[in-house]
Design a protein around this ligand. Structure first.
Ligand code: ADQ
Length: 527
């Protein structure tokens, strides 16, 4: 792993994400700490450790308040503190309005073009504005505390308004933002009431650099700016927007995973034994095993996948008893009605398929309806002959990359929706359209019938390609681009950097803590 901190050139990273890197939970045996799984934390935690930065996030754990100081700060990792975690507290109504409401019931379906699930409520939008202002204030407070020049990195759709809000307090601070989900075209953004789409775009244009997974998402963003913000100048060829006397850059930075870590786990003795046991049980004697792994979310195309499987076993009776699917599907956002309905529908569809085609000796779909630990996940990926990724829309889709990384025996085929960011970077997958059940079924059949040599050729090529673009390459390319921009290498001569006047957010009290002349010069003693 290369040391990406050189691109920070002594600057201190302040990261903002909705989820925190360490969560304290109260259990029967006292308080324990949990690090959420996922590539983002595993890539950014080492960088934060090396730079003694600050991570600002929602304090969501049941014992989070007890383990932080009165402001919400603590040193992390808890047993070997190297950087600061600043927790921001949200109450039930904040979570309902900002997180479950505007972020997950309006922005999420809109950005995924699944407008049948779109719900807008004015009070959710107001809550989102209010909470974004609170997070911006927390980031600003942290920027005053860190030694060295801060560089702020915002994550995702929960914080579209933070960049512009933060810039009101700190006009010169370098801010960039990674948008993990697709960005919609103008006709979709138009579903938001007048004024809201503009506010979102202006919020994001508070960044110096805006990062998407794909060129397509950059293109959609620029088209939205063209359509909704007549005062902004879009320079599509250089992927920049000039607005309010500032220049905002855009870039495509496809995220990846910690490829070596997945490979290592897949190669442990334990995984080896588990994968052999799985193959012995489901794939001996020329039979085949498939896998899918998702949160139960309507963007992942789970009902569409089940329809294609149903059709496959219906049209090809010879595959009954010879092809088994392990479907790993974890409940997600269960507070929201569309997610509850989807979960019930998925469970019913699996039951129906199993009743229709199953026998005393064979169950077509083995459902794992819970979170699976990394070792088991790697073993299932390793054992499988094919992996079905059927998202209706997906920013990237990490499951596709995790499957490829774990396929150390190189026998599996990736059947991948065209509508994932991953499909734009992974060659050699069998690409399908999940909305077209016939094409999807044919894709699964093609994967099952593919000769072993062809599977190996494709998997080997995908693995080579994946090793060249890991999450650490992603991190490095973003930080390198930020360094270029901060060094002024990319500033357009005709865009003068004018500083907007410092103003206090609507509804926010002028606060002594936000006065730059009051800047504390000390660092937290417990770091
Ligand atoms: P997600 O929508 O969460 O991420 P995805 O990229 O597929 O989608 O990542 C899901 C992660 O959860 C994977 O690491 C997977 O292994 C894990 N996971 C899912 N079900 C699990 C289970 N039952 N047990 C254990 N682990 C499970 C958002 C965007 C994506 C984008 C990522 C990263 O929607 O498009 O790829 O962020 O930017």
């Amino acid at each position: 792993m290369t040391d990406v901190t050189r691109h920070l050139d002594g600057r201190t990273l302040i990261l903002l994400s909705n989820r925190e890197p360490y969560e304290h939970l109260a259990g029967t045996e006292g308080i324990h700490v949990r690090q959420p799984p996922g590539g983002l934390v595993s890539a950014l935690d080492p960088t934060m450790r090396r730079t003694s930065g600050t991570w600002v996030a929602w304090g969501s754990g049941s014992a989070d308040r007890e383990t932080a100081d009165e402001v919400g700060r603590l040193g992390v990792p808890p047993f070997e503190p190297a950087y600061t975690l600043r927790r921001v507290w949200l109450d039930e109504s904040d979570i309902a309005g900002y997180y479950l409401g505007f972020a997950n019931s309006a922005l999420w379906p809109l950005c995924h073009l699944l407008i049948q699930h779109f719900e807008f409520h004015r009070e959710h939008w107001e809550c989102y504005q209010h909470i974004n202002a609170r997070f911006a204030k927390a980031v600003y407070e942290e920027s005053l505390r860190v030694t060295g020049t801060p560089q702020v990195w915002v994550q995702d759709y929960h914080f579209a308004l933070v960049p512009a809000e933060l810039r009101r307090f700190a006009p010169d601070i370098f801010i960039h933002h990674f948008w993990h989900i697709p960005f919609p075209p103008p006709d979709m953004l138009r579903l938001l009431p007048p004024g809201v789409s503009e506010a979102l775009l202006r919020g994001l244009l508070g960044n110096d650099l805006l990062e998407f997974h794909t060129e397509r998402h950059c293109h959609n963003f620029l088209n939205c700016v063209r359509e909704f913000l007549p005062d902004a100048q879009v320079r599509g060829e250089s992927r920049r927007v000039a607005v309010d006397g500032r220049s905002v850059s855009l870039g495509a930075f496809p995220i990846s995973i910690d490829v070596d870590a997945f490979e290592r786990i897949a190669l442990t003795e334990e995984s080896d034994a588990r994968a052999s046991a799985l193959r012995q049980r489901y794939a001996r004697g020329g039979r085949a095993l498939g896998v899918s792994v998702d949160r139960i979310d309507y963007t992942k195309g789970i009902p569409e996948r089940l329809r294609a499987l149903d059709r496959l076993w219906h049209e090809s009776p010879e595959l009954r008893g010879r092809f088994t699917m392990i479907v790993v599907a974890t409940p997600s956002r269960t507070e929201l009605v569309p997610y509850q309905t989807l979960e019930a529908d998925v469970l019913a569809a699996v039951r129906e398929i199993n009743e229709r085609y199953g026998t005393d000796e064979w169950e077509p779909i083995v459902l794992i309806h819970e979170n699976v630990h990394a070792e088991l996940l790697a073993a299932i990926y390793r054992a499988a002959d094919l992996c079905l990724v059927s998202s209706l829309q997906d920013g990237m889709n990490l499951v596709a990359k995790e499957f490829v990384a774990s396929q150390v025996d190189e026998h599996g085929v990736l059947v991948l929706s065209r509508f994932t960011g991953a499909a734009e970077g992974i060659d050699e997958a069998v690409l399908i359209n999940p909305f077209n059940v016939g094409e999807f079924t044919d894709g699964i059949r093609a994967a099952l019938e593919m000769p072993a040599s062809e599977r190996q050729r494709r998997m080997r090529a995908m693995r080579t390609q994946l090793h060249r673009s890991t999450i650490f390459d992603w991190l490095e390319s973003i930080l390198a681009r930020c360094a270029e921009l901060m060094d002024g290498n990319c500033v357009e001569p005709d865009v003068e950097r004018r500083r907007p006047p410092v103003a206090v957010a609507d509804g926010a009290e002028p606060n002594a803590a936000l006065d730059p002349t009051d800047r504390p010069q000390w660092r937290d003693a417990h770091l």
